[in-house]
Structures are given as structure tokens and as C-alpha cells.
Design a protein around this ligand. Structure first.
Ligand code: ZN
Length: 154
């Protein structure tokens, strides 16, 4: 199996069986992202503690690159300090859009498969969609756990 095949295998695996897919009832922040040119839509739900990402899940639909990127992202950022997760957003974007050969952080692991997307500029937005949503989620004010109890009113 050559490298390209290996990369395709990882992307296919994650797009068919996305990890951390589904609702996150005790999320403290959510963010939506869409990519109309491809039809990708992702909603990210994150449970933040003051320092770390305690839980993260996503829902939505999209192409294989979009879904695989969201799936791999959730695996990578889970349990990480917020600042580190934010730095990964920047590093991931750099990997995809920098004109020169990017430096891929060692911590990226399987995420480096998306470096191949550099050859397909029209798909870059597919790969970065979930990451932009994460950036947005980390920047938005926390709403606190969503209460399932309805306020009683006459
Ligand atoms: Zn797409």
C-alpha cells in the first residue's frame, strides 16, 4: 500500500464511521459551519472547562473530506487545553493553505493526510470547515449546560 492509498483509506474510514458523531447534551458552546460550494454542513458541540476541552461531538453531513476532517479533529482535540486546540486550528490551516511546504507538527499524526488536499484548492474549505467551527466555538461565550427543564410560566 503506498502513501496515497493509505491516506485515502484513513479518509474513507473516518467518513464512513465518523468518531464522536452525534449530539452532546451537556455542551457549553456550539458552532455551525457550512460550505455551500460543496454542500457540507457541520455543527460542533463542545463541553469546555475553564482550561480544557472535556468533550466534543459533531453532527451534520458533508463530503468524505469534510466528515473525515471533523472526525479526526475531535479525536485530536479531546482532552487538550483550549490554547493548544486553538494552536492546532492555526497549524492545520497553515498545512492546507501556505504556499510553501508547511511544517507538520508531530502531534498531528493521521491529520497529516489532509496535507494532500493542498493539491485540490477547491476542497480546502471541505477540510477546514470543522476547524473553523472549532475556532468559532472557542471564541464564543459559554452558555452553560443546556437545561432540559422548562421554566414554569402561567
Ligand atoms: Zn466538501
Amino acid at each position: 500500500m503506498n502513501l496515497t492509498e493509505l491516506y485515502q483509506e484513513i479518509i474513507l474510514d473516518h467518513s464512513k464511521r465518523p468518531r464522536n458523531f452525534g449530539p452532546l447534551p451537556d455542551a457549553t458552546v456550539t458552532a455551525k459551519g457550512d460550505n455551500p460550494s460543496c454542500g457540507d454542513e457541520v455543527e460542533l458541540a463542545v463541553k469546555l472547562s475553564p482550561e480544557t476541552i472535556e468533550a466534543v461531538k459533531f453532527t451534520g453531513h458533508g463530503c468524505a473530506i469534510c466528515m473525515a476532517s471533523a472526525s479526526l479533529m475531535t479525536l485530536k482535540i479531546l482532552g487538550r487545553p483550549r490554547a493548544e486546540a486553538l494552536a492546532m486550528v492555526g497549524a492545520f490551516r497553515d498545512m492546507l493553505v501556505l504556499a510553501e511546504e508547511p511544517e507538520i507538527p508531530e502531534s498531528f499524526g493521521d491529520l497529516q493526510v489532509f496535507a494532500a488536499v493542498r493539491q485540490f484548492p477547491q476542497r480546502v474549505k471541505c477540510a477546514t470547515l470543522a476547524w473553523r467551527a472549532l475556532e468559532q466555538a472557542l471564541a464564543s461565550p459559554e452558555m452553560g449546560p443546556v437545561s432540559t427543564e422548562k421554566t414554569e410560566r402561567d
